[in-house]
Design a protein around this ligand. Structure first.
Ligand code: GDP
Ligand code: MG
Length: 719
């Protein structure tokens, strides 16, 4: 499905080396240390990073200087012996990036693709890590076997820093060697790393090249996968399709020239491309290239935040200061919880007034309908079914919009990435892998794209683990249920209860992740980089647009799925007719369903309407509310379908506070909607994972709800 590293031919013997994370050890006998061979090495790096200095230190006097064919860019080549090998070294022109904008960049890029060196040594200026690593990220994305010479290490130390180079090597998938070119320090270690990388006999197997990807965010990733699918197998040999897809979306014409003529003349390919570019330009008005650069810098910042340590005094930057505060080991988590608490309090409190307005509007509408329509099934269908169902959910639109506004603000400002970073630390301390938390946090919005976002995880183990626990994050569709129940049964503490439910979802997700990683997925995951994109003041319109993008999905759902489900539930509740009359609720089709499942739900203190609502909620979680709306309306058959009526019906239903809490817990944990189940099926590649996920979540939901009820009884709260 994804490009698995690259293969490239060795200079001598013509044998192919294959580097991939599924096949880390490269054991070609003719490449081993004992056999002599040529290793072709290219030095690449920013101007003034110390390439030429290192080149001289590596090759001594054995060098000759020429020009690259056709251009006046200097070409330096040299060689030396190391163990039994001849190492041929080429000093590439200095570049900041691999976009083919300058002559130097074109030369470097053509060399990398055309000559395919065995090892690329990237010379990184240690005193300017962030900027130098931009090139590193591009090389990683190209899947090139690489060694990092962390040059100017003396300056890095002088600035008061130290770096965990082993961890950095694991994150980047290459060996990192500190060097001081001007003093000739680290040259032997560098040669050794070159040999190890060329022969595949790595001392630290975690530093082997593997399929590391920068996560460009859901929208961009969508376009990447689409293009990648088209490109895969059709491009020039050995260039990863994902890399080409990113470059093309970035507007890089040179990348286009690497595609095959067949693909270039395929109208379907151009359609996908144009569509993607138009969509991305709309989504990122500040520029797609800038967004990509942001993400790459985020990747770098994340890697450096993990590995770069201050060993002495030095000057700090503002965002670094903010990061030290917001991702602080002890302070970070309470701050994150506080922001979430604020968000859910706001969702409830600020949502109340506009909710009242919508309610009034709906009440007015049903009064009008009741007045103008003759009594009969049509009137009942419209008032009880459509208004009772859809109206019951529509009133929560303001709450949903506030939730999405908050999430957009947190995301656009760059804070969400910090939250994921914190969670990563927490997950690590539990022996789990934390990159999962990007999808998990997306799960606050909707499980479906969150499950799809697990694609950016590198190993299948991490992907499956994430897919299984993502639905436990409380998606926005569950919010109406909480607001209805918490508002009805805990009017003074509704915001806190909702906050508590969200946190409980996170806790259960982490717990389940821990259990799965100890049982189903025992292998250790690979280390990875958590991206830390730069902080940004969110711009008003971008935030509004992101909020609206999501809220309009909710509205769309209302007009389709929820409308349909409400009508179906109404019919099932109004039939079969008994002697020409509407049946008593318990005798309707849906009442019969309710009675059938009630033995399972009785211990939880749920009435049959709640049971039916849970079943109907499989369609979409909002349907839990619309179903209750329809069912309680059918039963009462008098008041117009507003959530006020629903609240009243719930109050009179005899449900206890503890059962209401158990119901919210059940909704939080039981299996997500059908769309999410399909997504799990598709992303895991097996129906059984979808079945398993439904099974474990529903069982867990029942147990937790039952536990809550029992605890309530013990505490004397009554059921
Ligand atoms: P190039 O543009 O990448 O080829 O960089 P050069 O090799 O020309 O080096 C640029 C400058 O950095 C020269 O003045 C070098 O002496 C100096 N330099 C190279 N390596 C180091 C190092 O490790 N530490 C320090 N302090 N200076 C270095
Ligand atoms: Mg130079």
């Amino acid at each position: 499905m994804r490009s698995k590293g690259i293969s490239h031919s060795a200079a001598s013997g013509g044998s192919a080396i294959r580097n991939s994370h599924t096949n880390r050890t490269i054991d070609k006998p003719d490449l081993s240390r004992k056999t002599s061979r040529n290793i072709r090495v290219a030095l690449i790096g920013n101007p003034n990073s110390g390439k030429t200095t290192l080149f001289n230190a590596l090759t001594g006097a054995h060098q000759h200087v020429g020009n690259w064919p056709g251009v006046t860019v200097e070409k330096k080549e040299g060689s030396r012996r190391y163990h039994n090998h001849t190492i041929d070294i080429i000093d590439l022109p200095g570049t900041y990036s691999l976009t083919a904008f300058s002559i130097e960049e074109v030369v470097v890029r053509d060399f990398l693709f055309g000559e395919k060196p065995d090892v690329v040594v990237q010379v990184v200026d240690g005193s300017n890590l962030e900027r130098n690593c931009y090139l590193t990220v591009q090389l990683i994305e190209m899947g090139i076997p690489m060694v990092i010479a962390l040059n100017m290490y003396d300056e890095l130390r002088d600035k008061g820093f130290d770096i965990d180079r082993k961890l950095l090597g694991q994150l980047y998938g290459c060996v990192v060697v500190p060097t001081v070119g001007s003093k000739g320090h680290g040259i032997n270690a560098l040669l050794k790393a070159i040999e190890e990388t060329a022969t595949g006999e790595l001392i630290d197997p975690d530093a082997a090249p593997r399929d590391i990807q920068v996560n460009y965010g859901q929208e961009f990733e969508d376009s990447i996968s689409k293009l990648q699918e088209k490109i895969a197998g059709t491009s020039d040999l050995n260039i990863p399709a994902r890399w080409l897809a990113v470059r093309i979306l970035e507007g890089d014409n040179d990348a286009m020239t690497r595609l095959t003529p067949e693909l270039l003349s395929d109208p379907e390919f151009h359609r996908v491309l144009t569509e993607s570019i138009e969509r991305l330009n709309k989504l990122y008005p500040e520029g797609v290239e800038e967004m990509i650069a942001d993400r790459r810098y985020g990747f770098i910042a994340g890697a450096l935040q993990e590995t770069l340590k201050r060993s002495g005094p030095g000057r700090r930057q503002l965002s670094e200061k903010a990061d030290n505060f917001l991702t602080h080991r002890i302070l970070g988590m309470p701050l994150f919880l506080f922001f979430l608490w604020l968000l859910f309090q706001g969702t409830f409190t600020l949502g109340e007034p506009p909710m009242g307005w919508i309610e009034t509007g709906i009440g007015w509408l049903s009064t009008v309908l009741a007045a103008i329509l003759p009594a009969g099934p049509l009137r009942n269908l419209l008032i009880e079914g459509v208004i009772g169902g859809v109206g019951g959910v529509l009133v929560f639109l303001p709450n949903i919009m506030i939730l999405f506004l908050g999430i957009s603000l947190l995301e656009d400002s760059g804070y969400m990435a910090r939250a994921a970073f914190l969670m990563d630390k927490l997950m690590h301390s539990l022996g789990l892998h934390g990159k999962s938390f990007i999808p998990l946090i997306m799960g606050f919005g909707c499980s479906v794209p969150a499950i799809m976002a697990s694609r950016t995880l590198e190993s299948r183990r991490d992907r499956l683990l994430t897919i299984l626990i993502t639905p436990l994050m409380s998606c926005s569709a569950r919010l109406p249920v909480y607001i209805l129940f918490a508002g009805t049964f805990f009017p003074n503490n509704a915001g806190n209860i909702i906050f508590g439910l969200y946190i409980f979802g996170i806790v259960v997700a982490i717990g389940a992740g821990k259990v799965f990683s100890m049982t189903l997925f025992r292998a250790r995951g690979a280390p990875f980089v958590m991206e830390l994109p730069p902080y940004r003041m969110p711009t008003f319109w971008t935030t509004i647009r992101h909020m609206w993008d999501r809220s309009s999905e909710y509205l769309k759902k209302m007009g389709t799925v929820i409308l349909a489900a409400s009508i179906i539930v109404w019919f099932l509740g109004a039939f079969p007719l008994q002697e020409g009359e509407s049946p008593a609720a318990e005798d309707s089709y849906i009442g019969q369903v309710g009675r059938t499942i009630s033995p399972v739900l009785d211990p939880l203190g749920f009435d049959w309407q709640m049971g039916v609502a849970l079943v109907a909620g499989l369609v979409a979680k909002e349907v839990v509310v619309s179903t209750l709306g329809v069912l309680y309306e059918v039963e009462k058959n008098d008041e117009a379908g507003t959530s006020e009526a629903l609240t009243g019906a719930l109050r009179n239903s005899g449900i206890s506070q503890i059962s209401a809490l158990a119901f919210m817990l059940f909704v939080l944990i039981y299996t997500p909607c059908i769309a999410a189940i399909v997504a799990i099926w598709r992303e895991s590649g097996s129906m059984w994972w979808a079945v398993f996920s439904m099974g474990y979540q529903t069982t867990l939901a029942w147990l937790i709800a039952f536990g809550a009820v029992q605890a309530g009884i013990l505490l004397g709260l009554g059921v």
